[in-house]
Design a binder for this molecule. Structure first.
Ligand code: GTR
Length: 403
């Protein structure tokens, strides 16, 4: 039967969600001192059943500054190459960074991009990516980018406004870490971690989202070495598949001070058990490489999952987390995204924060800025200036930033 998404709230099944505050052996998590062990348990469940375990092996990662220059309204630009082996060869990833001109340790947003660093600004100095791209983007020919692609996603990256508010902004192309297609994990960073004789990840080992999240953590390692950035004030953000990735990076790496998920939907902030819009079965069919193989058993079988996505949001606690949705983005289930934020609230309260200051879903353009933040804006599946303005307001409030 062809897949037909449900967009009718009346047809959403009654769902019983696993309780983040009940341990697997049934004991109640009743005090903040009980949380670390429950947190570890939940993280392990997400590793085993959803995203796969990230290998702990250390590889020969080296960073080389490729370029640094004045970027006008966008402040100062730096481009840093992450080599993953001792050879100056692929796979490598390029980090693009814009910082306010006045040199000081600034709070910074970091997120992956979909089509190459050169698409986030029409800046001729950005290194043009020469690796595989999805055909979707402007200026992409035979899965390779051309000069015509420069700046094609700049509406999603308002760099000059971000820098004007005193923040740095950094990005990596997700395809530098793992190209976004199902190739059995023979390209990208996966092979660097295989044990002798291994040719693909085991059923509980990382997929593509895991590799992308790993790359975000390596960016944070770099920030710790760059005096122009305050690595204790880094917000990891991402849109859609890259929003799923931001959440998974933030869950695994507690050095991220703020985690922002935009329109991340199924496998991101949306509750899987609601089966509204995109479902677990459908996502595994369309994108078999994103999650670990174990996740496939939960297609049309969501109730068997030992976790749901509110537990992922709770793994950010007590750090500020901001879930953002768009009104016309039914495929990503805005209500399911709100409810995941809502049901993470008891964990935040247990840890002594204000949690999510909204019992019911707020109206369009009525941001909630408590420790769990949420907004829904008008429009479709995208990143807009409205989203960025609210994320910066949220960071101002929770990181004590503000010019
Ligand atoms: C869709 C996918 C979503 C979302 C989106 C995107 O095709 O079904 O889960 O990730 O792509 O990344 O833009």
């Amino acid at each position: 039967m062809p897949f037909e998404a449900n967009y009718d709230e009346a047809k959403v099944p009654d769902c019983e969600l696993p309780d983040p505050l009940t341990a697997e052996d049934g004991t109640a998590v009743s005090g903040s001192s009980d949380w670390p062990s429950r947190r570890a348990e939940l993280l392990s469940l997400f590793e085993t059943h959803v995203y796969g375990r990230t290998p702990s092996k250390k590889i020969d990662l080296r960073t080389v500054v490729m370029e640094e220059g004045d970027a006008g309204d966008c402040g100062v630009r730096k481009q840093i190459r992450f080599y993953f082996t001792l050879e100056d060869a692929r796979p490598y990833a390029d980090l693009l960074l814009y910082l306010p001109t006045a040199p000081r340790a600034c709070a910074t947003f970091v997120g992956l991009n979909f089509q190459g660093n050169h698409t986030i600004q029409a800046d001729p100095e950005i290194l043009l990516s020469d690796v595989w791209m999805r055909e979707k983007g402007e200026g992409v020919v035979d899965h390779r980018s051309t000069e015509a692609a420069r700046g094609s996603s700049s509406s999603r990256w308002p760099v000059s406004s971000i820098v004007a508010r005193g923040y740095g902004v950094a990005t990596l192309y997700c395809g530098d870490l793992d190209p976004d297609y199902d190739d059995g994990y023979s390209n990208g960073v996966h092979p660097l971690f295989y044990a002798d004789g291994q040719s693909k990840p085991h059923a509980d080992e990382w997929g593509t989202i895991g590799a992308w999240a790993w790359g975000l953590c390596r960016a944070l390692d770099y920030f710790e070495t760059d005096d122009d950035i305050d690595a204790s004030r880094v917000a990891v953000m991402g849109h859609s598949r890259l929003g799923k990735t931001a959440l998974w990076a933030g869950a695994q790496d507690e050095r991220f001070a703020i985690v922002i998920s935009n329109d991340s939907g199924c496998g991101g902030a949306a509750l899987s058990r609601r089966r509204f819009g995109e479902t677990v079965g459908r996502i595994n069919e369309s994108f078999p490489h994103w999650f670990c193989d174990n996740f496939r058993q939960y297609g049309e079988n969501e109730d068997a999952l030992p976790v749901d996505q509110h537990a992922l949001v709770s793994l950010m606690a007590p750090r500020p987390v901001y879930v953002t949705s768009a009104e016309d983005d039914g495929w990503a289930d805005p209500k399911g995204e709100f409810l995941a934020a809502r049901y993470a609230d008891p964990v935040y309260r247990l840890l002594g924060t204000d949690g999510l200051d909204a019992e019911t879903m707020p109206g369009i353009h009525e941001p909630v800025t408590s420790r769990i933040g949420y907004h829904i804006r008008a429009g479709g599946h995208d990143v807009t200036a409205y989203d960025w303005d609210r994320w910066m307001d949220f960071a101002d409030k929770h990181l004590g930033q503000g010019l």
